[in-house]
Design a protein around this ligand. Structure first.
Ligand SMILES: [Fe+2]
Ligand SMILES: [Fe+2]
Length: 212
């Protein structure tokens, strides 16, 4: 991959930010795993609940995308930057799938997505500037927290909503791969207070995005 200097990276990043926030995310081109189950027969309450959970997942993907983008922006080694950018591309698939599912459930993405994006971008950039092992450590921890969320959502989603289930299962598989890749690339285990803060922030985000 061609190496861009910092001003070019910032412009590319800005383009990516707009795409993420306005529904034109670039993915890797994989098919939506939920495409074969488009219209579940859900009651109004079940559909609302499924949409709330998928909105949380979409918001999480917005945050992940920004975390990777931020990390890629300030990464020291080109190999780490490339790992971040490849993962961001796969998070792009997740964004697309969640957004499509929300539309099928007749609902919307979180109104606070720009806030999740800006916060995660700042965290990713700071972690990247602190050193590659810290930003990779952030990725490992984020992916583990996302996987725990996905597990709980797979339990809480209406059983009939097979489309959302299929999407979340594929996402879980991808996140697990991202965590392993970042770990093998040298991600450091984050200090306990940092992990605790991340938990808190993610609880605020998931609690809010379900409704808004
Ligand atoms: Fe993801
Ligand atoms: Fe991921």
């Amino acid at each position: 991959m061609q190496q861009l200097d910092l001003p070019d990276r910032i412009i590319t990043h800005f383009d990516q930010a707009l795409r993420t926030l306005f529904g034109h995310a670039r993915g890797s081109g994989r098919k939506n795993p939920g495409a074969n189950h488009p219209h579940p027969d859900l009651s109004a309450g079940e559909a609302r609940h499924a949409a709330g959970l998928m909105r949380v997942n979409h918001a999480g993907e917005v945050a992940a995308q920004a975390l990777y983008e931020g990390g890629g922006l300030t990464a020291h080694q080109p190999a780490v930057r490339q790992l971040m950018q490849q993962a961001a591309r796969e998070e792009g698939d997740h964004l697309i799938w969640c957004r499509q599912r929300l539309r099928q459930l007749d609902s919307h993405t979180s109104y606070l997505d720009p806030l999740w994006y800006a916060g995660s971008l700042a965290i990713g950039s700071i972690a990247g500037a602190a050193g590659d092992r810290w930003s990779l450590g952030f990725v490992v921890e984020t992916e583990h927290q996302v996987m725990a969320h996905l597990d709980s959502h797979l339990q809480r989603l209406p059983r009939k909503d097979r489309g959302s289930h299929a999407i979340l299962r594929q996402m879980r598989e991808d996140e697990s791969r991202h965590a392993t890749a970042a770990h093998h690339a040298g991600g450091a285990k984050l200090p306990w207070p940092v992990r605790k803060t991340m938990h808190l922030v993610s609880r605020i985000m998931t609690g809010t995005a379900y409704w808004l």
